[in-house]
Design a protein around this ligand. Structure first.
Ligand SMILES: *[C@@H]1O[C@H](CO)[C@@H](O)[C@H](O)[C@H]1NC(C)=O
Ligand SMILES: *[C@@H]1O[C@H](CO)[C@@H](O)[C@H](O)[C@H]1NC(C)=O
Ligand SMILES: *[C@@H]1O[C@H](CO)[C@@H](O)[C@H](O)[C@H]1NC(C)=O
Ligand SMILES: *[C@@H]1O[C@H](CO)[C@@H](O)[C@H](O)[C@H]1NC(C)=O
Length: 433
């Protein structure tokens, strides 16, 4: 085995003496000596385009590797996941599954709407964050409740009204529209109700800062009171016990209701004042920063001050463009795809990398510090949310890192011409084209 490895490496060491670079630099730094073979020149493109041609039969073949399928296969899934069926050969080792489509989540249908969730039971790698896709028809309620995790939300369609009261008895009420956010700190009681203006109710994405969070496991007003002796209820509210004859005997969770009046008629006057930091944020009104290949806008605790444990960036990546190679120093990323077709390769160190494909309605998860990119492999814009268990948005750009490192050192690693290294932009490209 050892001699085979030696023989395999020898041709590279012997037959590729490094030519003096014909670059403008006159650096006298020692030319690097390769100690391992060069990486292959094959570009390893995604086969998304090829698999999506009419009549195409996706096959697990790349170059001379693989072979066609002889037996059963779920072709629609192959078409959606070309980099799983025929992965780039740069993939190696085993990263646990990092893709979950809400379409595979068991749905909880109620009178008034539904909810489907993703947590560690569906995607065990996602230990820090969990998500829910919820629909409320016009007037319907997600009942008054609270939970141990923080709740962050992005309205996907329509509009809804939220209410909350904090520990000092300060209340909050707001109407939230598509592309806007809300955030409730742990334990803060709140409600959500579908409005009837831009659509029949609303659909929204909820994210919780605990991968084990279950939407079926929250503290509900009705569930609680159904589990308190009526004698205690009467004493607590100082009312006759018969007034509690019609409280629900079990939880309501989601239930139908009447569309509420305009917000100024619905708001309850509060002698303690309003919460000092709003629980909602008009993210849809924020102008994104344009980059060469797309755009980014960020809502973290510097702008949406209350959101100190869950924050987000909304990113667009044009066809052919890519969210550049980067990582997040300490933050796990839970990603939700709103539009388009993408691939992402997670690099976990120790020669371990795996590529996944995503489309609208899919969730990705990237553990802290894992190197990754998000490439638009389709012909329409990719739009997605990078969501973090953090207070401040942070990323480290590969290009910026090496552009701010002595070029000879970078050359010794990557054997690029010095002038090329020196031409790297010292600003983050963020979305490259
Ligand atoms: C890309 O895939 C080919 C097979 O088509 C493989 O031989 C090659 O090594 C891969 N390229 C890289 C950079 O790994
Ligand atoms: C919502 O508004 C539409 C159009 O105005 C109306 O027809 C419908 O009855 C309303 N739905 C509810 C639940 O109020
Ligand atoms: C959020 O915090 C910043 C900086 O501390 C402050 O300038 C701003 O007024 C705060 N915004 C709100 C809505 O409280
Ligand atoms: C470097 O990047 C910045 C920020 O993206 C951009 O404004 C600038 O034009 C770039 N400079 C060059 C030389 O490409």
């Amino acid at each position: 085995m050892q001699s085979f490895l030696l023989l395999a490496a020898l041709p590279f060491a012997l037959c590729t003496p490094l030519q003096p670079r014909q670059d403008s630099s006159t650096s006298s730094a020692a030319q690097p000596t390769p100690t391992v073979p060069y990486a292959s020149d094959d570009p390893n493109d995604s086969f998304w385009n090829q698999f999506n041609q009419p009549g195409a039969v996706p096959q697990p073949e790349r170059g001379n590797t693989g072979g066609d399928i002889l037996a059963q296969d779920n072709v629609p899934l192959d078409i959606e996941n070309p980099d799983t069926l025929a992965p780039p050969s740069t993939d190696e080792g085993d990263i646990p599954n990092s893709k979950w489509p809400f379409s595979l989540s068991h749905n909880r249908l109620q009178d008034g709407g539904w909810a489907r969730q993703q947590n560690v039971n569906s995607m065990p790698i996602a230990t820090a964050l969990a998500g829910v896709d919820m629909r409320l028809k016009a007037g319907a309620y997600r009942e008054l409740h609270w939970h141990t995790a923080s709740e962050w939300s992005y309205v996907l369609a329509g509009s809804c009204r939220i209410t909350a009261v904090d520990q000092l008895g300060r209340n909050y009420i707001a109407d939230i529209y598509q592309g806007d956010l809300w955030y409730f700190p742990p334990g803060i009681p709140h409600s959500i109700q579908g409005l009837n203006d831009t659509a029949d109710g609303c659909e929204f994405l909820l994210v919780f800062d605990n991968g084990e969070f279950s939407e079926d496991d929250t503290f509900l007003l009705t569930d609680w009171l159904a589990h308190v002796p009526k004698e205690v209820l009467a004493k607590n509210f100082q009312l006759d016990i018969s007034l509690f004859d019609h409280i629900p005997g079990e939880e309501l969770y989601i239930f139908p209701g009447v569309v509420p009046p305009p917000i100024d008629q619905d708001a309850v006057e509060d002698p303690n004042g309003q919460v000092p930091e709003p629980f909602s944020y008009a993210f849809s009104q924020i102008q994104p920063t344009a980059y060469q290949g797309g755009s980014v806008k960020i809502a973290d605790s510097r702008t949406f001050n209350i959101s100190t444990t869950i924050i987000a960036a909304e990113v667009t990546v044009n066809p052919g463009a890519m969210r550049e190679l980067h990582w997040h120093p300490t933050e796990p990323e839970w990603t939700y795809f709103l539009e388009g077709n993408a691939r992402l390769t997670s690099f976990a160190a120790s020669a371990t990398a795996r590529t996944f494909n995503y489309q609208a309605g899919d969730i990705a998860y990237v553990p802290p510090a894992y190197g990754h990119y998000i490439e638009n492999i389709g012909d329409t814009t990719v739009k997605y949310l990078e969501i973090f268990n953090a207070a401040i948005y942070q990323d480290i750009s590969l290009t910026q890192w090496i552009s701010l490192t002595p070029p000879e050192m970078v050359q010794a690693h990557l054997q690029l011409p010095l002038d090329v290294i020196q031409s790297f932009n010292k600003s983050k490209a963020t979305v490259v084209y």
